[in-house]
Design a protein around this ligand. Sequence first.
Ligand SMILES: *Cc1c(COP(=O)(O)O)cnc(C)c1O
Length: 259
Amino acid sequence: MAMDSFPEAPSRPPTGAGPDPDAMADPEVGHADLSVDERLRLVQRRIADAAQAAGRSPQAITLVAVSKRFEAERVLAAHRAGLVDFGEVRAQELTPKAAEVGSGVRWHFVGRLQRNKVSDVVGLATLIHSVDRLVLAEAIDRRARELSRVQRVLLQVNVADDPAKAGVSEDDALAMIERIRQLRGVACEGLMTIPAFDTDPRPAFARLRRLRDQARSRFPEIQHLSMGMTRDLEAAVAEGATIVRVGEGVFGPRRADSP
Ligand SMILES: *Cc1c(COP(=O)(O)O)cnc(C)c1O
């Protein structure tokens, strides 16, 4: 279906019964009644428009749909609509959901990974975005070598030095990459960040990109920039994201009370 023929979101009849819940929703998340199919096309159009504005090819950007707290059925709907890459943040949720969804999709692990969950994730995840400490990289390495695999990972960097966020500091990133490179079971292919929630994300994305460029000049395999979520994917694409991680934009509003 051509992007141009994408339908407008249906308008909602006035209810007169208190505030319209959608009026309070994030504009990027959009109307609660849209199908996954329609949402996916809206997100793909946002990525394509941002790429075009930045003079980049939309093909250079992989959309990972972060399905945390959404049922496997939604993942299957997005998969039927053509999406292949999905992300989860908890091993306890990834394992059963991956079993339910079955083959044909790629799983990305984007959340904080505990060492005792490494064996559930290594091998199942095509890419672990959230390596943030050497002991974790070492645990991934051991498990990957047990499975005779090389686990692809990204190094999570806390560019905003936000105490609430995981990730190595910018100052430590190059030394960390150098040490991870010595692990035969791990291939570090780039950087990931989650910007502070309450500030303009673009400077943080720009810093991650500069750090990636600096790292890549020494270690050519450091290519990826995993950055940008539902609310800030345009800024991330403008700053060179190669992977955006979008949850609500694809799947709709996440229920606050869902597990
Ligand atoms: C939840 C999550 C996302 C997606 O967030 P949305 O706001 O739903 O797009 C991306 N990255 C990480 C690490 C997340 O935990």
